[in-house]
Write a protein of this length. Structure first.
Length: 202
């Protein structure tokens, strides 16, 4: 299966055109949008309309620049947009675990995400086979969550999930400093695909 994933588009038309070109060139079966596709919801209707025009299934989670309920409501109006936040979704022999929102995590209990932990507890029986983790914020203690001026600011809950369930892919964004950064934990490829998108074949 071929996937195109992108993050932190922030209404950038140049990045969108690059995504569009990659869709045409690589013909992915589906697209993952990992949040922050706007700047605090400016032009949110227009951006989501453009994503729908890619004519591929676009699985979307919100970032810290979007409101969960607003994104969900607009996605329901478009046939190609699937709002995936806080869901475990079986898809073509894979299972997607999607969790949007979040931001900068500090340390100790503050490095965990209670909503994500609850999602995993409720869906333990579904977490088998080939898993794909989609989050807006990055997992903790990886190359994706380290800032030069602040150290590690990622989510401990995501890292724990990766270690325990070993997804084949863990895709996230949020930190612009780490666009197009890749890391690996065991057999899990961890990546920030950047605003212009990255193509994965799994």
């Amino acid at each position: 299966m071929k996937i195109l994933a992108f993050t932190d588009l922030h209404s950038n038309i140049i990045a969108y055109e690059r995504i569009k070109a990659k869709v045409k060139k690589f013909k992915p079966e589906l697209i993952f949008c990992l949040g922050d596709f706007t700047y605090f919801e400016q032009y949110i209707e227009q951006v989501l309309r453009k994503l729908n025009e890619l004519k591929k299934p676009v699985y979307i989670i919100h970032g810290n620049h979007e409101n969960e309920s607003i994104v969900k409501k607009i996605c329901q109006r478009h046939r190609n947009l699937i709002y995936a936040h806080n869901k475990v979704i079986p898809l073509n022999g894979y299972t997607i675990i999607a969790h949007g929102g979040g931001g900068f995590y500090t340390s100790g209990k503050s490095a965990r995400d209670k909503d994500f932990d609850k999602l995993i507890r409720k869906n333990k029986k579904k977490l088998e086979g080939k898993l794909i983790l989609l989050t807006h914020a990055p997992p903790r203690k990886t190359k994706l969550d380290r800032l030069s001026w602040a150290g590690h600011v990622g989510c401990e809950s995501y890292l724990e999930f990766i270690k325990k369930y070993k997804p084949i892919l863990a895709l996230s964004g949020h930190l612009h400093e780490n666009f197009n950064t890749k890391d690996k934990k065991g057999k899990t490829l961890i990546c920030n695909p950047g605003p212009a998108g990255t193509v994965f074949t799994i």
